[in-house]
Design a protein around this ligand. Structure first.
Ligand code: NAP
Length: 211
């Protein structure tokens, strides 16, 4: 039976190259975004949801399981929310901050939790950035979300009782090793995701890679 990957956050920059990479490697691929797609085939299933709401995750896993008869082997959480605070890091509207924290932290936590509950061998991969350690007042809300998520991913990675499941936070940097902000490389993310998904060992959970 084919392995299943699910990608939360299908967009042109990372989500789509990752979907193509896993499909070419023989996986069935489910994708999630707010925008509907009509291209579902035997190997692709696109689901619409707003990941602002962590409670949507269970229904998504239920749909994948009822469609293909098993829970995902690989979960890629790629959606991210950014509420900029250009002049004052304390200026974010609370509603916006809560929604962005949901997308960056609570919803991926829920996805990892449900994925593990249903498949103890799942690989969970999250598209991160340097904000797990870098503090930039303009991007405070995202930094809060990414750093919190890096924390629980590291906790899951060192919790030996969770093996063989594996958990990673993936942070692309520029070729010089700087935070990239722009210039994301989708193919490099896709290559890394597949390599980590196919490695049965839990490695260092914070993966900083240059591309
Ligand atoms: N390494 C770095 O320095 C760096 C730099 C920039 C970004 N990033 C990270 O890269 C990731 C993806 O970036 P990207 O957006 O450019 O990638 P992308 O793969 O082009 O698109 C991701 C997709 O996620 C979907 N999404 C976003 N919010 C959602 C929500 N609330 N509910 C459902 N789907 C949602 C959007 O589709 P819909 O609009 O259709 O929902 C979006 O097109 C983010 O996690 C971001 O933090 C890292």
């Amino acid at each position: 039976m084919s392995k299943i990957a699910i990608i939360f956050g299908l967009g042109p920059r990372i989500g789509q190259p990752a979907a193509t990479k896993f499909h070419n490697a023989g996986y069935k691929v489910a994708t999630v975004a707010r925008t509907p797609r009509t291209s579902s085939t035997d190997d692709f299933l696109h689901l619409t949801a707003d990941l602002n709401d962590p409670s949507t995750v269970k229904a998504i896993f239920d749909k994948v399981e009822s469609h293909w008869g098993k829970s995902p082997d690989v979960v890629i959480y790629n959606a991210g929310a950014l509420i900029p605070t250009p002049t004052n890091p304390l200026s974010a509207k609370m509603d916006d901050f809560v929604k962005s924290f949901n997308v960056n932290t609570f919803t991926p936590y829920s996805a990892a939790s449900i994925a593990y509950e249903r498949n103890h061998a799942v690989t969970f991969l999250l598209t991160g950035n340097a904000f797990n350690t870098l503090v930039n007042p303009r991007f405070t809300t995202q930094g809060v979300g990414k750093s919190a998520t890096a924390h629980w991913i590291q906790a899951a990675a060192i919790a030996e009782g969770l093996r063989p499941a594996r958990f990673y936070y993936c942070d692309q940097r520029t070729p010089e090793g700087e935070p990239c902000y722009t210039g994301l490389k989708g193919d490099a993310h896709a290559d890394l995701f597949l390599k980590l998904a196919e490695d049965p060992e839990q490695g260092e959970p914070i993966v900083v890679f240059r591309a």
